[in-house]
Each structure stands twice: as structure tokens, then as C-alpha cells.
Design a binder for this molecule. Structure first.
Ligand code: GLU
Length: 283
């Protein structure tokens, strides 16, 4: 199978150093493997994603010398696909409606910009039937039911990144403690959770190798679960180190002083950018 990877930014701000590292690494791995490098806009958060941010990301990528294969894949064009997968999970009895705090649910739905796993849901609405669903309710995955359905499945994934290299198996105990019954959809706003949209798209785009920041390693088990529940293949994962400042502190993704456009305006060249990121020059 042709090595196929992707860069999947959320257009909610400028491309910053951390993004650039991820994009260049994925791009170079694809080129070294004679493979494909795809670009996906994770733009399901209709309030925070803006076309002008997307335009700037595309400009910055072109400036960095990163050419992607095929058209840009926009998640906002695929909401119907995600919703049909939600229907599949409903039909399998794996989702339940939840009316708990909208603020919590919104936080759980957005792409994990800062890598924070939403707090484990205490299960207040678990056990509610879909017939009690109110239009404003969110839909949560019933983890216990999901593991029951998958009791004979081989829930392994391979990690090739430096920190967690090797084979990992998703266990119910760990998923319940660390992830819980996550929100997969919120009715009425066509918003689909990052977990489902991204797992679905990785399969839809034929991704063989997911290259992304280490902060997302903790989300991988839930995506592996969803892949099995939806009959999708599990790619290999490569979680890379995060870019840190001189004091060793992780750079905030929202730090606009580290925006690539700022370096560009300051006269930094794409090759210097690679060297700032300790990445080899473009070949
Ligand atoms: N959209 C996510 C981000 O910008 C990346 C998700 C992924 O690569 O799986 O952090």
C-alpha cells in the first residue's frame, strides 16, 4: 500500500511553529517513502473556523515549499458522511442522548487544539434510550456497550513515533478511566466530534500513516475503537515530539508571535525555518 499521510490543521488561527513542524515532517516522510501527502481542513467548528485562516494556512504551506497531493479535503463538505456514521452507531445501540452542560459538551466537541482530553463524563445520562432524545441533546458513545460489541476484536495499533514506539492494545479499563463516554455529535448544529470526523476521514482518504503531535497520542484509543465500530481500517500512527521554547516549555499553539507569517514578514527563508525547527533542509 502506498504510504499516505496527511496534515490536518483546524483553520482557527495562523499556522504556527508547531504546525509547521508537523506539516514538514509528514510531507518529508511521504516524499522519502515515495508516498502521498494530503491536506485536510478540520473545519467542523463553524464558529471558530474562518476562510481567511484557511487561506493563510495554504499560503504559508506553499511558502514552506510543501506541495500536497490532490484537492484540499474540507470536513465541512462531509458532514452528511459523518452523520450517516452516527446513524450506524445509533442503529447498533451504542449512543445515548445527553443533556448535561452545554459548555462541557462544546469543549468536548472541538478539535483538541491544546491536546487536552475532555474530563471523563460521569455517566449521568447513560442508560437513556434514543426515544427520549431532545433536539438539543448531545449523543455520547456508551463505552461499555462498545467494548461489549468489540469483545472479540483485536484492538491493537502500531506506533512508530519516538516516545511510544511499539504495539499498543486499547483496553476497556484504560478507556473508561482516561476517556469515558465521549460526545460524538450534537443535534441541531451539524457538529460532529473531532474523534469521529478525523477517524472517518483517515479511512476515507486512504491514510496509511497518521503523523501528528504527541499531544494527540491519548486520543488514539478512541479513534481505534471507532474504526472497529465503523468497519474502518486502523492506520499506523507516528506521534512526534512537540516544539518547545528555549526554556523547554511547550509552545502554545495560539502564540501568534510564533506564526509562520511573522517569520516570513521578518525575512526568514523556508530553509532557515527548517533549521529553526531542527529539520533537515528540503531535498
Ligand atoms: N486538527 C487537529 C489539530 O489541529 C489535528 C488532528 C489530527 O492530526 O489528527 O490539532
Amino acid at each position: 500500500m502506498t504510504f499516505t499521510t496527511r496534515f490536518a490543521p483546524s483553520p482557527t488561527g495562523p499556522l504556527h511553529l508547531g504546525h509547521a513542524y508537523s506539516a514538514i515532517l509528514a510531507h518529508d516522510m511521504a516524499r522519502q517513502n515515495g508516498g502521498r501527502f494530503l491536506l485536510r481542513m478540520e473545519d467542523t467548528d463553524l464558529q471558530r473556523c474562518k476562510p481567511e485562516w484557511e487561506a493563510l494556512i495554504l499560503q504559508d504551506m506553499a511558502w514552506l515549499g510543501l506541495r500536497w497531493d490532490g484537492p484540499v479535503h474540507r470536513q465541512s463538505d462531509h458532514i452528511a458522511d459523518y452523520n450517516s456514521r452516527i446513524e450506524t452507531l445509533i442503529a447498533r445501540g451504542l449512543l445515548y442522548p445527553c443533556s448535561c452542560s452545554r459548555a462541557d459538551i462544546r469543549a468536548a466537541l472541538s478539535a483538541p487544539q491544546e491536546g487536552a482530553i475532555p474530563a471523563v463524563y460521569p455517566g449521568t445520562c447513560r442508560g437513556r434510550g434514543m426515544d427520549s432524545r431532545h433536539p438539543d441533546d448531545a449523543l455520547r458513545l456508551d463505552l461499555t456497550a462498545a467494548f461489549d460489541v468489540l469483545r472479540d476484536a483485536d484492538l491493537r495499533f502500531e506506533e512508530t513515533g519516538p516516545t511510544h514506539k511499539g504495539h499498543h492494545t486499547v483496553t476497556m479499563d484504560q478507556a473508561q478511566k482516561q476517556i469515558g463516554d465521549i460526545v460524538l455529535s450534537r443535534k441541531g448544529e451539524d457538529i460532529v466530534a473531532y474523534f469521529l470526523a478525523s477517524a472517518f476521514d483517515d479511512a476515507d482518504q486512504g491514510i496509511t500513516d497518521v503523523v501528528r503531535g504527541e499531544d494527540l497520542f491519548a486520543f488514539t484509543p478512541i479513534q481505534v475503537l471507532l474504526q472497529h465500530l465503523l468497519d474502518l481500517p486502523t492506520p499506523r500512527y507516528h506521534h512526534h515530539q512537540l516544539i518547545r521554547d528555549d526554556q523547554g516549555k511547550r509552545l502554545a499553539k495560539r502564540d501568534d508571535a510564533r506564526a509562520i507569517s511573522k517569520y516570513r514578514a521578518d525575512g526568514v527563508t523556508p530553509d532557515q525555518m527548517r533549521s529553526i525547527l531542527s529539520l533537515p533542509p528540503a531535498s
